[in-house]
Design a protein around this ligand. Structure first.
Ligand code: GLN
Length: 384
């Protein structure tokens, strides 16, 4: 048999998705792969029923159904203060997973270097490698997950073509401060680098932290590809709806990548999702209220276990320090937890470039009763 491509030898399958399969095998509560176990807003389900009965069963326009782009442009302009033109600035993708891949391939040629902060969402390294680009890593150091500006400067100076920033950050829960983002922006300007933003958790930012839309920083619109998604904000991870927002010249290139990768996102789902994008501001306030409550439930149980953990500033993940259990690897610990504790998490090492086996990542995008059940199991079995 011929040998499959070499570039596939340097990364593994997603450990996040593998942990879902392991959770299912052991009937563990799945706090591994981040997705809700509750329904999207009822109006959205009604809109889906209507859309399914409607006429939208063939390809949508490749860069997104016009009604979807119009609604997204209005929503994004409203929250960011930018003036998004639905005809020029948007390409609709199959989730932000495709949006990040499209952005990477739009920004980078084979051989280019891409700065990735570590810990990072595991797709970024794979995206870079699949694009032929080389990820170079800059650590975000616990407990605040801050970067060393000199170290970041050296990474830029090594000839980086792009930097990936996830804000709010998966898995650390970090929300970058405006000052941190300004210092990234200054380096991007100085070294003429693209910024690939993953902002899928933009509406899940806990007080007193605040989300700064990177593309709104002075001079940054021109060099930023902003990736977003409807998955987290409207609890529809299975709909696979995401987007890239960027200046016209970049979107013109990004559309080509998207066109030949997937042709388009599901047409009836784009139609239904217009209802989500038109929800009033109160929806986002309520979403945040609910996630704040979920976070408090989860952290309450973790506190009872006595294990150290990171305090999430945004997104819906928490890194728990399991080093006191003495497992050789965090994967062994995660397997044991799924099987013996009945709660699945993701071994932290899948997010780190460094050999870091101290953490298990749990997510809390679950109904409160699920969190109580999982939390009780953690307390019963892990309490120190
Ligand atoms: N973003 C979620 C996580 O980190 C789910 C990712 C996925 O599987 N597409 O768990």
């Amino acid at each position: 048999m011929p040998r499959p491509a070499q570039r596939l030898q340097v990364f593994t399958e997603s450990v996040i998705r593998e942990m879902t399969r392991i959770a299912n095998r052991h009937q563990a509560i799945n706090l591994a792969q981040g997705f809700p176990d509750f329904d999207p807003p009822a109006v959205l389900l009604d809109a889906l029923t209507t859309a399914i009965r409607g006429p939208h069963h063939q390809y949508a326009i490749t860069w997104g159904a016009p009604r979807f782009r119009n609604a997204l442009a209005r929503k994004h302009s409203h929250f960011s203060g930018l003036s998004i033109d639905p005809e020029k600035h948007i390409v609709t993708t199959c989730g932000s997973t495709e949006a990040m891949m499209v952005s990477m391939m739009t920004a980078c040629d084979p051989g280019d270097k891409v700065i990735v902060f570590s810990p990072f969402y595991e797709n970024y390294a794979a995206d870079a490698i699949l694009s032929g680009a080389q990820p170079i890593y800059v650590p975000l150091r616990a407990p605040d997950f801050t970067f060393d500006p000199e170290e970041l400067r050296r990474a830029f100076a090594s000839g980086a073509k792009a930097i990936v920033v996830c804000n709010p950050s998966n898995p650390s829960g970090k929300v970058f401060t405006r000052e941190e983002l300004l210092s990234i922006a200054a380096l991007a300007e100085e070294f003429d680098t693209f910024v690939l933003m993953d902002e899928v958790y933009e509406h899940i930012v806990y007080a007193p932290h605040q989300h700064t839309v990177f593309a709104t920083l002075p001079g940054m619109w021109e060099r930023t590809l902003s990736c977003g998604s409807l998955s987290k904000t409207y609890s529809i991870t299975g709909w696979r709806l995401g987007y890239v927002i960027a200046p016209e010249a970049l979107i013109a290139q990004a559309r080509k990548v998207h066109d030949f990768l997937t042709v388009g996102a599901a047409a009836p789902l784009q139609e239904a999702a217009v209802t989500a994008l038109e929800l009033p501001d109160s929806y986002y306030a309520e979403l945040l209220r609910e996630y704040t409550a979920k976070r408090d439930v989860m952290l309450g149980y973790l506190k009872q276990t006595g294990l150290p953990y990171t305090e999430p500033q945004g997104a819906y993940y928490v890194l728990v320090d399991i080093s006191s259990f003495g497992f050789k690897t965090d994967m062994e610990c995660a397997q044991w937890m799924a099987q013996e504790v009945g709660v699945a998490g993701v071994p932290g090492s899948s997010f780190f470039r460094e050999p870091e086996h101290r953490y298990i990542r749990f997510h809390f995008a679950k109904r409160e009763e699920t969190l109580h059940a999982a939390g009780q199991r953690l307390v019963d079995k892990l309490k120190r």
